[in-house]
Write a protein that binds this ligand. Structure first.
Ligand code: ZN
Length: 203
């Protein structure tokens, strides 16, 4: 499986990192080895002094697809969750400055945490969902999918022009504002509405 991620999909987050609002989705990948294993803590890697959390709505692909039209994209996923796109922000800043790819900062082992999946049919509209992240009991990110610059279905259409989507692939749909650093012993909890789906300790 692979993990497809969208960068800068919320205007408030693009602005907080002084990035322009994109006119097409910013796409990047994480390998399967980036997936944080279930019930494992997240270990802050020794190559970064500033790893950030980024809470994101995650969609799990359930059919093989290529060149998927936006109007059919909803048929390619049944389950959603929230995930964390852990980012070595210091390393990413250096790579961006040198105009180099972001993988060292974004695709390292354990950099993709994902919560328990729920049936998308629990929700009337995928673009009308609240999700949030708590760090040690404080809400640090509070997002709403209506604020995505590119909808889930637009992302699937765009990504599948370049990458064949396979069963089990995950799409991280971008983070809202409020990203920040993690510290050892942090406790991170991700929610859709009031449902706790993701629960991670930082070491
Ligand atoms: Zn992200």
């Amino acid at each position: 499986m692979k993990i497809i991620c969208i960068g800068r999909n919320y205007a408030d987050h693009a602005k907080e990192l002084n990035n322009n609002i994109p006119t097409e989705p910013v796409l990047f990948l994480k390998p399967e080895t980036a997936l944080l294993l279930k019930r494992h803590p997240f270990f802050i890697p020794d190559f970064s002094n500033d790893v950030h959390y980024e809470i994101e709505l995650v969609v799990k692909i359930n059919r093989l697809g290529k060149h998927i039209e936006e109007r059919f994209a909803h048929k390619y996923y049944n389950e959603i969750s929230v995930g964390l796109d852990f980012t070595a922000r210091d390393l990413q800043a250096t790579l961006k400055e040198k105009k180099l790819p972001w993988e060292r900062a974004k695709a390292f082992d354990g950099s993709a945490a994902v919560g328990k999946f729920v049936d998308k049919n629990k929700f009337k509209d995928i673009q009308d969902i609240n999700f949030k992240l708590e760090q040690n009991g404080q809400v640090v990110q509070d997002g709403h999918t209506k604020n995505m610059l590119f909808t889930v279905n637009q992302i699937i259409a765009e990504a599948s022009k370049y990458f064949t989507l396979k069963i089990g692939d995950l799409i991280y749909t971008g983070t809202p504002a409020g990203v920040g650093s993690v510290k050892p012993n942090d406790h991170l909890k991700g929610f859709i509405d009031s449902d706790l789906l993701l629960n991670i300790n930082v070491k």
